[in-house]
Design a protein around this ligand. Structure first.
Ligand SMILES: CC(C)(COP(=O)(O)OP(=O)(O)OC[C@H]1O[C@@H](n2cnc3c(N)ncnc32)[C@H](O)[C@@H]1OP(=O)(O)O)[C@@H](O)C(=O)NCCC(=O)NCCS
Length: 186
């Protein structure tokens, strides 16, 4: 079992990092020129395949935007002094319930993992989701070992397992869905 830790405020977190660099989450909307940096970040935080899938997702999203089509997707980046530090997306399916939204492409620069920044990034994007009027927040993740850290992380942030789809992945891994009611702890 992991030892209990004191709750860190964004300010305390900021001071705890060396170099006096401010990393308090301050999301800004992703723009098309961020694609290469974000894909690079996802490839390093996860793997090259995920990076390539993310590139396709962003290419589709920004093509839609150019034609004035709302694809229900919103992406935010966490800027750093030199490179982007994080990415967090929201996917709303127009054919689904109005109040539902899914977390998408959620990743931090690997050099920042395990320092509490993921918690703040998730809170920041949940706040964006509330601001857009969503009340039910879902996350698609997987049963495979590569996602063990993410599963533990989401559970620690108050998400509960809502269900799973057996053998969803080509390697036999399950899709695991987590959910959280955004009207609680707002
Ligand atoms: C998932 C991710 C964003 C988490 O960010 P992070 O900054 O590493 O996580 P944090 O340090 O904020 O962890 C917050 C809390 O989650 C829990 N947690 C994190 N890792 C954990 C682990 N391995 N086991 C158990 N609990 C864990 C803890 O409660 C922790 O709080 P504490 O440090 O006060 O104990 C980050 O690891 C990441 O980018 N991973 C690669 C991309 C990825 O897998 N994305 C998810 C796809 S579904």
């Amino acid at each position: 079992m992991r030892p209990a830790q004191k709750q860190r405020s964004p300010a305390a977190f900021d001071q705890s990092l060396s170099g006096g660099i401010s990393l308090v989450p301050c999301l800004r909307p992703m723009v098309e020129s961020d694609i290469d940096s974000v894909v690079n970040l996802i490839a390093r935080a996860m793997n090259l395949d995920e990076g390539n899938q993310a590139r396709d997702t962003f290419a589709f999203h920004f093509s839609c935007k150019r034609y004035g089509i709302d694809d229900g997707r919103t992406y935010y980046v966490l800027p750093g002094p030199a490179a982007l530090k994080g990415i967090a997306g929201l996917h709303h399916y127009h054919w689904g319930p109005q109040e539902n939204v899914w977390l998408a492409w959620f990743a931090l620069d690997p050099s920042l993992h395990g320092q509490g920044l993921g918690k703040f990034l998730l809170e920041a994007v949940a706040t964006k989701a509330r601001g857009l009027g969503f009340t039910k927040f879902f996350i698609e993740t997987y049963s495979t070992p590569a996602f063990a850290r993410a599963r533990a992380f989401y559970q620690a942030q108050g998400f509960t397992q809502a269900g799973s789809i057996h053998s969803y992945l080509p390697d036999g891994g399950n899709m695991v869905v987590f959910s959280k009611d955004l009207t609680i702890d707002a």
